[in-house]
Design a protein around this ligand. Structure first.
Ligand SMILES: Cc1ncc(COP(=O)(O)O)c(C=O)c1O
Length: 386
């Protein structure tokens, strides 16, 4: 029989983070700082809203765009936080997580061979999503010297006549970096100069520490050039509910809605009801979780620095990204040996792009006590290998 798998899928690299979870799953007494999702259960009243909608018999599809109530709530939420207005009628689309929204955004704008600048280190799906949409990912590295903020000069170097869009995500997975105002303006200037679209994945927007999040679409001249992506997964501990959203100009949204309609029909109905509750009554929950993450963030960053694993201060998301070169190992070896010898799971930085080489991603989505224990185990590890 012939090989039915397409060349393009065969060429796609598998995610570099799965391997460690597969090993960890076979071991006992593992403390995982590996996974990129909250360790909190979705707040009770939000779950209840989802369950109530089921019990009220709301089990059918919704409008393709999402319920009008949820779209209004998303519109009001973005306007309240950032002063940017998107019409709930034709500028908001409810999706199956940012994952779907990201694919729709790319597929809606790319013709075969169009290039998208993918800023790395980044979420493992980004380059693959560009390929799945028929585009060509052009990798541009954000560097530790700039605390993993992307610079206008680095973007400029990657522009070709085929460049159509820049894909950024701040607060960033895996580094925890945020983009300060000056760097945002640099990105905006490049977008303006070369007439590019910016796809801004702001899924960690609510998890920032000692800084305010600035929405990319709120920058002068950027509203019509930006597709803004966000969702419920991280801020509200709702990864399993699968709800996200995209907002953009009406023509862009129209194109994305067309794809969404054929691909998905509508995001899960009960999850949309839960998301509505989260956005309208979940402020206290976000703040409570954010404060707990912040406490753990300080613990883990200090802990790494004390171990000689130099860690710049992450101001967003729930990841620390220390440099592990003091161990004398590659990031892959470090992760494998740490898991085998001390049963602590972290992820090699190189899984998120070449500029992550020599770093590890440690998620502080574990209890304060477990993070303390993980740091003790890592101290033992570093005494042996440092
Ligand atoms: C930067 C980033 N974007 C998107 C996602 C996927 O989010 P969702 O659950 O909304 O599909 C993740 C998940 O790890 C992420 O880190």
């Amino acid at each position: 029989m012939r090989d039915f798998i397409s060349q393009s899928v065969q060429k796609m690299k598998p995610s570099g983070i799965r391997r460690y979870f597969d090993i960890a799953a076979t071991m006992e007494n593992v403390i995982t700082l590996g996974i990129g999702e909250p360790n909190f259960v979705t707040p009770g009243h939000i779950m209840q809203a989802g369950m109530d909608s089921l019990m009220a018999g709301k089990t059918a599809y919704t409008s393709n765009s999402g319920t009008i109530e949820l779209r209004r709530a998303i519109s009001a939420y973005i306007e309240r936080l950032y002063g940017v207005y998107y019409s709930p009628d034709d500028q908001v689309l409810v999706t199956v997580g940012v994952s779907e929204a990201l694919f729709l955004a790319l597929r809606a704008v790319l013709d075969p061979g169009d290039e998208v600048i993918v800023v790395q280190p980044c979420f493992v799906a980004n380059a693959a999503a560009v390929e799945m949409a028929g585009g060509v990912p052009v990798i541009v590295n954000a560097l530790i010297d700039d605390e993993f903020q992307i610079t206008g000069a680095a973007l400029e170097d990657a522009i070709t006549p085929r460049t159509k869009a820049i894909l950024i995500s701040y607060p960033n997975n895996p580094t925890g970096a945020v983009l300060d105002h000056a760097h945002m303006l640099e990105v905006a200037a490049v977008a303006e100069k070369h007439d590019l679209l910016v796809i801004s994945d702001e899924i960690y927007e609510r998890l920032v520490y000692d800084v305010d999040h600035e929405c990319f679409a709120s920058l002068p001249g950027m509203y019509d050039r930006t597709i803004l992506l966000s969702g419920m997964s991280k801020s509200y501990a709702m990864t399993g509910w699968r709800v996200g959203y995209a907002t953009a100009s009406a023509p862009l949204m129209d194109a994305m809605r067309k794809l969404h309609q054929y691909l998905i029909m509508s995001a899960p109905t009960m999850s949309q009801h839960a998301a509505l509750r989260a956005l309208t009554e979940g402020e206290g929950d976000v703040e409570d979780m954010r404060q707990q993450y912040d406490r753990r963030r300080r613990l883990i960053v200090n802990g790494f620095n004390n171990l000689g694993l130099t860690c710049f201060e992450p101001r967003g998301a729930f990841y620390a990204f220390p440099n592990i070169e003091a161990s004398g190992m590659s990031d892959e070896d470090f992760c494998e040996r740490l898991l085998m010898e001390e049963q602590v799971a972290v992820v090699p930085g190189s899984a998120f792009g070449d500029s992550g080489r020599g770093f590890i991603r440690a998620s502080y989505t574990n209890s304060y006590e477990n993070i303390e224990e993980a740091l003790e185990r890592m101290a033992r590890f570093m005494r042996r290998h440092g």
